[in-house]
Design a binder for this molecule. Structure first.
Ligand code: DHB
Ligand code: FE
Length: 279
């Protein structure tokens, strides 16, 4: 049986990619953010994951507004990155675990989640930047990935409850998969932010704190919010918290918080990091 170790969740702001390229980790603006990853590096060194299920949202690189799957899962042997217009460096292709992808796809479809399966898939900053943060000197990272893409962009979006249930179905599929691989979850995006419109720059630290607390052991508490309430509370792009809710669902009933770092702002976003260990 595969083992689910736990999850690391992090914001995926494109300017982090530029800061990495320019080696600004010790710069006063960036240090409080990058320092939050020391504990992540030691946790990963202890846990030694083989595979990472990356739960994220695509920002128009792989899917555009004309074709937008609610839930899509990559089933490729390799995932290329491409210039997506943020001016950040592409990284070498990242290896996929296509066998685990298919086990997850079969499991969730059996569980009545009608996912789009992608045997070819590009990955954007929401995957590449978190991988660079977790494995800073190793490109490509020394793990295989399964990309799980959630529509947090083009309405109608899946509800928070649907996202939590989807995560639970992925967790069941991983548990049922007959290998002794160690699987880690990496959820990316958020927390509160709004990049455009009248509320551009909106951040809600109180709501972020509520989410970080609920994600530990009471993620059901977040399912009381409708998508419109989540927009009000966390901003139009703060809806990326849906990725964190899917990721939390994968872990199962109980988790222990090993680390948290919350820093405002990086770019327009409340940046947050959380490690949850599956219990
Ligand atoms: C920013 C944040 C995001 O989540 C994103 O996808 C793009 C930009 C930002 O804060 O700049
Ligand atoms: Fe984003």
């Amino acid at each position: 049986m595969s083992k689910i170790l736990g999850s690391v969740s992090t914001s995926h702001i494109p300017s982090i990619g530029k800061a990495i390229a320019l080696k600004l980790q010790q710069d006063a603006y960036w240090k409080p953010f990058f320092d939050g990853f020391h504990k992540v590096h030691s946790w990963i060194a202890e846990q030694k994951p083989d595979v990472v299920v990356v739960v994220y949202n695509d920002h128009g690189l792989n899917f555009f507004l004309d074709k937008m799957p609610t839930f899509a899962i990559g089933a490729a042997q390799s995932y290329a990155t491409a210039d997506e217009g943020w001016g950040i460096a592409t990284i070498p292709p990242v290896a996929g675990d296509a066998k685990l992808s298919w086990a997850i796809i079969e499991g969730v479809v059996e569980d009545e989640f009608d996912v789009v399966t992608c045997q070819e898939m590009l990955i954007d900053h929401a995957v590449t930047i978190p991988l660079q943060l977790l494995w800073p000197d190793l490109l490509p990272p020394p793990v295989k990935i399964v990309p799980v893409c959630i529509n947090t962009v083009q309405h109608p979006l899946p509800t928070a409850k649907r996202c939590l249930d989807f995560g639970k179905a992925i967790g069941r599929a991983i548990h049922a998969y007959g290998s002794n691989q160690k699987v880690m979850v990496l959820s990316t995006g958020g927390l509160s932010h709004q990049l455009d419109g009248e509320r551009a720059g909106f951040i809600n630290a109180d709501f972020d704190a509520e989410c970080l607390h609920a994600l530990i052991n009471t993620p059901e508490d977040l399912t009381k919010y409708s998508i419109h309430q989540l927009v009000e509370l966390s901003g139009t792009q703060g809806l990326e918290v849906l990725n964190w809710i899917v990721g939390r669902g994968i872990l199962g009933a109980k988790a222990e918080e090993m680390h948290r770092n919350y820093h405002i702002p990086i770019s327009n976003t409340a940046s947050a990091i959380q490690i949850l260990q599956a219990v």
